[in-house]
Ligand binder design. Structure first.
Ligand SMILES: Cc1ncc(C[n+]2csc(CCOP(=O)(O)OP(=O)(O)O)c2C)c(N)n1
Ligand code: SF4
Ligand SMILES: [Mg+2]
Length: 247
């Protein structure tokens, strides 16, 4: 019998702790596929975040380290500068990257660090119980905005747009893990981001992935996918915000 589908080797054959319908598992699989397709398994080092993906090193079969909340771009800077032949990626949630770690990501991009950043935007602090994140959309009910977020709580932070204006950010794209067509686009974007680092492109690449958190959105997995496409993309439009490497 001919084998037509198999687990990509960099994705470990283990049960994950993620809730049903969570986007983290999809993101992990895409990253693993890209690493295997590019043949960079032996020289890739990942940085796991503080957040629901804190155990990412249990699922991705590459060298990985865990760093303090939000500090991944600073640690990635040191790793890449001392090991320029390695492929360094950080994996960060919106609480990690767009709240406590805002300074680190902005300055890493500003310094044009040659790293790849994967930014999982699920519009909440998942790990700590679904509190409002900087990316929570107006009207969204969270543990800390029980009546829905208002402008008084701050407007949703569009961090990819902010980063795209920095010369040191050479590639910034926003995709969504909301269905097969969007997942395929997300994989293409992740592949491009890793390829840029493989080719020693002179700056930082970031792929933002709109990602479901059915548990704290209080939705079924199917409703959560729908909500990404109908509501989240109004605030976080999909597409390539910047690619200095394309014609
Ligand atoms: C220095 C520090 N401050 C706060 C926390 C508590 N904390 C743990 S995870 C987290 C937010 C995680 O949210 P996000 O990065 O969006 O990841 P998600 O769980 O949604 O994937 C916070 C505030 C911490 N662990 N360390
Ligand atoms: S709480 Fe949300 S982000 Fe965390 S594992 Fe569950 S669905 Fe995923
Ligand atoms: Mg989050």
């Amino acid at each position: 019998m001919q084998k037509v589908f198999t687990r990509t080797p960099t994705l470990k054959d283990v049960v994950t702790h993620y809730c049903p319908g969570c986007g983290h598992g999809i993101a992990h699989r895409l990253i693993a596929e890209v690493i295997d397709e590019l043949g960079i398994h032996d020289r890739t080092i990942g940085i796991a975040p503080v957040g629901c993906a804190v155990l990412a090193y249990n699922y991705l079969d590459v060298d990985m380290i865990e760093v303090a909340h939000g500090r991944a771009p600073a640690v990635a800077t040191g790793m890449k500068r001392t090991n320029p032949d390695k492929i360094i990626f950080s994996y960060q949630g919106d609480g990690d990257l767009a709240a406590i770690g805002t300074a680190e990501i902005i300055h890493a991009a500003h310094r044009a660090e040659k790293i790849t950043v994967i930014f999982i935007n699920n519009a909440v602090f998942g790990m700590t119980g679904g509190q409002m994140a900087p990316t929570t959309v107006l009207g969204q009910v969270t543990a800390t905005t029980p009546q829905g977020r208002t402008a008084n709580d701050g407007y949703p932070l569009q961090i990819s747009e902010l980063l795209a204006i920095l010369p040191g950010a050479i590639y910034v794209e926003r995709c969504a893990l909301s269905g097969p067509a969007q997942v395929r686009k997300a994989k293409k974007a992740l592949r491009h981001a890793f390829e840029l680092q493989v080719s020693s492109a002179p700056g930082l690449s970031l792929v933002e992935l709109l990602s479901a958190c059915p548990t704290y959105w209080r939705m079924t997995p199917a409703e959560a996918m729908d909500w990404i496409e109908k509501e989240m993309t109004k605030v976080f439009p999909l597409g390539c915000l910047k690619d200095t490497t394309s014609d």
